[in-house]
Every structure is written in structure tokens, then in C-alpha cells.
Write a protein that binds this ligand. Structure first.
Ligand SMILES: [Zn+2]
Length: 391
């Protein structure tokens, strides 16, 4: 096996060998032992958490006088709690005043939405997206303070210059690995960022200086999370490619994307950064809608993107961490119109298809879920084949 090639995925490699589909890489016998590289640390990254008007209405509980979103996540909780670190994009604000709760176009949601996301097992929230400023200064401030109080690690928006200086790099220690996370958005829907506050925008100078600062801190890997792309486009745009290339040239190891409301392919790329390091980089372009009331084809679901990282036993390699177990699980949003409140559920489609769940779908729901599964599997098959070749 050549230096720096991809280890792991033992079962998959064996399966490929047994089926005569051997890529010449990833020979299982050469994979590092746990003693050599420590255990693999598992990551799940999910897409955009939206909250449209119908979700607000559905979550309203007249008896308690509160919005309750826990049921939405009940069916997906065990999947999200599984990884060592789970990351999501919160694409709304938490203004705290019921009069400001709203869906499209300027989102404001009850704090209980974020509480339900936390209960479901999400650890990190990216907050820089085109809806960060929807409820102006109050929205930015409260979204930060409420999510912090709930115990999330957050990044992308900052309530003051002092807050920015303190949290500019999000350092996450997980399973003995040290990662630095950075988050940027293409824009804020034409709304001005209130004076003294910071929403991280996609700008060359900012990204360059942040990654340079991150490198100085000497993490095991740098992950950049972009909110970008063209809505409803199922493949990456020239804009996305430009900024992913830029982040990698500057030294990012992992680049995750969101915003287009549909899934786009993912993959691993071996490329050189401006420091001369040739390394494998992991890229997703768009993780789709994790939950929303967008019910049209391709927009009615998303994915849990999974991967593992472990320390490279070859300390001389610029590739400090090795990727393995790169995979995705499709998730689909079911709106149960048979219930009085039109209950939303996020379904792990693989489990549902295997009949592992008690929830029943109505006939049109089942057909829509099957179509989403078929579309997603076909669309992402080239990505799965390409990462299988690496693993
Ligand atoms: Zn967006």
C-alpha cells in the first residue's frame, strides 16, 4: 500500500476482495492496529435544520402553551447520538419573543427547537448562514446565548468583537483528537450585520487568516463548514468549487457544505496545499435539508454523513489523521397528515425500509419516501464507489 493511502473499512475491503472487486489499495492486513493509532473517532455531520411555518404550527401544544419539537427527532435520535461528535447547521434564529416566531422568509424559532436538537444528540451547531441576521441583533445575541446555555459548541456568529476574538477558532477535543472548526456563509439575504457583531462571511482574506491562525495552534485537522451553493442544484457550482479549492489550498483537511436544500455528491480528493503538503481531503458539497417543510422531490430529506478519523501511525506523514468508514445514511421528513397537528418525523430511511420502526406511513408518504431513497441512492452511488476505492 502506498504511503498515505486510506486504511480502515476492513469489512468493506474484505467484501470487495471476496467479490473480486479489488482496487489495489486499502489492503486490510496493513491497516494500523488500535495500539498504533488509537481508536477511530466517529463523526456525523447533518444538513440544514430549518423551521418553516407549518413546523411551528405542528409543534404547538395548546395544553402546555409551548412548542414541543422533541417528537420530530424521536425517530432519528439513536442515529445522531451514536457518533463521538455530531455537527448540524441551525438555519434559524432564537429571538425569544413569540411575536417574532416565523418561518420563511425571516426565520425566528422557539428555544425549544434548539433544545430538541440537543436532546437528539447534536453537539456542535454552525450558525453562519443566510438566515443568521433574520431577527437582527436580538436574534444573533440570543441564538448564541441560548445555544451555549444548552451546551452546544457553536461557531460562525459572534455577539461582539470581544466574543469574536475569544471564539474565532472553535477547538474541539474529541476521543484524543484535536480539531479546529471554521464556518462561513456566502451572505445574509441582503440584511446588514448589526454594528459590532460578526457573521463569518466567505471572503478570501478572512478564510486565509483564520486557517493560518488555526494551523499555528497545531490541531490534528482543520474542518471548514461552508454555507453556500445554488439552491436546488444537485451538483456543485463553480462558486462552491472555487471556495472549496481555496480552503484546501490554505490548508483545510475537511470541507463540509450546506444550503442548496438538496443533496450533492461527496468524495475524497488528494491535493497539495500552499505549504506543499500533499494530503487526502474529505469534501461534501451539500448535505441537504435535515428537517424542513420543503416537500418537493429532492428537497424532502437529507443525510447523516459519517466518517471516522484516527491518528496516522506514520508520524513523518503530513497526513496526521486517516479517514475511514466514510458513508451516509439518507433521512427523509415525513409529515403525517393523518394527525391533527400534522406531526413531522425525521426517518432514518435504511432502518425504515428494513421494517425496524413501529411508525406507519400513509400510502403517499411511503411512495415519496421510496422515491427519495431511489433518487438519493442513484445520485450518490458514484460518491460511494469513489470513497470505497480509497477505504
Ligand atoms: Zn441557507
Amino acid at each position: 500500500m502506498r504511503r498515505g493511502a486510506w486504511y480502515g473499512g476492513l469489512l468493506l475491503t474484505l467484501a470487495l476482495v471476496l467479490t473480486g472487486w479489488h482496487t489495489g489499495r486499502g489492503v486490510a492486513a496493513q491497516a494500523p492496529t488500535e495500539e498504533q493509532s488509537g481508536r477511530a473517532v466517529t463523526f456525523s455531520v447533518i444538513g440544514d435544520i430549518m423551521c418553516h411555518d407549518k413546523q411551528l404550527a405542528s409543534a404547538w401544544n395548546a395544553k402546555t402553551g409551548q412548542h414541543d419539537f422533541d417528537r420530530v427527532f424521536q425517530t432519528i435520535k439513536s442515529r445522531l447520538s451514536r457518533a463521538d461528535l455530531t455537527i448540524a447547521n441551525l438555519e434559524t434564529t432564537l429571538p425569544g419573543k413569540p411575536a417574532l416566531y416565523a418561518g420563511y422568509p425571516q426565520f425566528g424559532s422557539p428555544d425549544s427547537l434548539a433544545a430538541a436538537v440537543k436532546n437528539a444528540g447534536v453537539d456542535v451547531l454552525t450558525l453562519a448562514n443566510n438566515h443568521s441576521v433574520d431577527k437582527q441583533a436580538l436574534g444573533i445575541k440570543r441564538t448564541i446565548s441560548v445555544t451555549q446555555k444548552l451546551g452546544f459548541r457553536i461557531l460562525g456568529t459572534y455577539a461582539s468583537v470581544a466574543d469574536y476574538n475569544q471564539r474565532r477558532l472553535l477547538q474541539v477535543n474529541v476521543g484524543g483528537l484535536r480539531l479546529i472548526l471554521l464556518n462561513y456563509t456566502y451572505g445574509t439575504n441582503g440584511l446588514k450585520v448589526p454594528k459590532g457583531m460578526v457573521v463569518n462571511m466567505i471572503e478570501a482574506r478572512r478564510i486565509r487568516s483564520d486557517i493560518a491562525l488555526a494551523r499555528k495552534a497545531g490541531p490534528d485537522a482543520i474542518m471548514v463548514l461552508f454555507h453556500f451553493g445554488t439552491e436546488y442544484q444537485r451538483h456543485s457550482s463553480a462558486y462552491q468549487q472555487k471556495w472549496v479549492n481555496y480552503a484546501i489550498e490554505e490548508g483545510a483537511d475537511i470541507v463540509m457544505g450546506g444550503h442548496p436544500h438538496v443533496l450533492q455528491p461527496f468524495g475524497v480528493r488528494r491535493s497539495r496545499d500552499k505549504y506543499g503538503y500533499m494530503k487526502e481531503r474529505l469534501i461534501t458539497w451539500s448535505l441537504g435539508n435535515f428537517v424542513s417543510n420543503q416537500q418537493r422531490r429532492y428537497t424532502d430529506g437529507g443525510m447523516i454523513f459519517n466518517f471516522s478519523l484516527r491518528r496516522n501511525p506514520d508520524a513523518s506523514s503530513p497526513q496526521k489523521l486517516l479517514f475511514s468508514n466514510i458513508s451516509y445514511e439518507p433521512v427523509w421528513v415525513y409529515v403525517d397528515k393523518r394527525t391533527a397537528n400534522h406531526q413531522f418525523h425525521i426517518l432514518p430511511v435504511n432502518d425504515y425500509i428494513k421494517n425496524k420502526m413501529p411508525l406507519t406511513l400513509d400510502r403517499s408518504g411511503l411512495a415519496k419516501m421510496q422515491l427519495f431513497y431511489k433518487d438519493t441512492t442513484a445520485h450518490l452511488q458514484p460518491s460511494m464507489l469513489s470513497v470505497a476505492a480509497w477505504q
